[in-house]
Design a protein around this ligand. Structure first.
Ligand code: C5P
Length: 227
């Protein structure tokens, strides 16, 4: 169960990220996104390796297939356990990303469907005349057809995805807020229990744990809630 909670290390400096890792001896999985990767990726990635932690490298690749192939191959040097690409990069790009990861069979290539920051108006403005939910299901279909086995989605989309695709994909969901924590800028949130019950496989949790006065206690409370 410990592995189902992925802690987002969204910090400005290495010291805060390191302190969070140190405060969470029971946690297994940590997410390094663009901010942390660009600022102190050279420090935190080896640190997680030394501590025997799993790495979710959230760099959300989207480019021409050839470039993404090279990017995924280059990312292998960090030995990530999860790596994200945008499914909106198209079938050929998705297939190239999967092909590039072949030498590390335990690496999960995660397909990002629609960013939760985008609403229906944004999609219309971008020329996609469909609701975020339809767009998520469309991209999910494409991802599965192209060989993707794990998808990142908002908790709202868990049920529609499970209804349409059953257990064909694993789901990783951010936007998690325990009842006892502040929502912050996340608008439509699910509690850890709700997300797991709806069918999520991994929860990405940032501030409810990282900004909590007692980091370890926050982690344990969430673990208890989903166990
Ligand atoms: O602090 P919080 O729990 O909101 O952090 C959630 C993490 O999940 C952040 O790293 C954020 O970038 C990421 N995320 C998200 N919504 C998405 C995709 C990723 O909140 N749609």
């Amino acid at each position: 169960m410990n592995e189902k909670i992925i802690i987002a290390l969204d910090f400005d400096g290495f010291a805060d990220a390191k302190n969070t890792v140190d405060a969470l001896p029971e946690a297994v999985f940590f997410k390094v996104g663009l901010q942390a990767f660009l600022k102190f990726g050279d420090l935190i990635i080896p640190y997680l390796a030394v501590k025997n932690k799993k790495l979710f490298l959230d760099l959300k690749f989207k480019d021409i297939p050839n470039t993404v192939f090279g990017a995924v191959q280059s990312a292998l040097k960090f030995s990530p356990d999860m790596l994200t690409i945008h499914l909106s990069g198209g079938r050929a790009m998705i297939q190239k990303a999967i092909e590039a990861a072949r030498e590390k069979p335990d690496l999960k290539i995660l397909g990002v469907t629609v960013l939760t920051s985008l609403g229906e108006e944004d999609l219309v403005e971008m020329g996609m005349n469909m609701s975020p939910r339809e767009a998520v299901l469309t991209l999910c279909r494409l991802g599965i057809d192209a060989g993707i086995k794990t998808v990142v989605c908002s908790p709202q989309e868990i049920e529609p995805i499970r209804q349409r695709f059953g257990a064909a994909v694993e789901l990783v969901t951010p936007g998690i807020r325990p009842a006892w924590s502040a929502k912050g800028d996340q608008k439509r949130v699910f509690t850890p229990k709700m997300a797991i019950e709806a069918g999520s496989d991994y929860l990405v949790v940032g501030r409810p744990i990282t900004q909590h006065q007692h980091t370890d206690e926050a982690f344990r409370l969430i673990l208890q809630e989903i166990s």
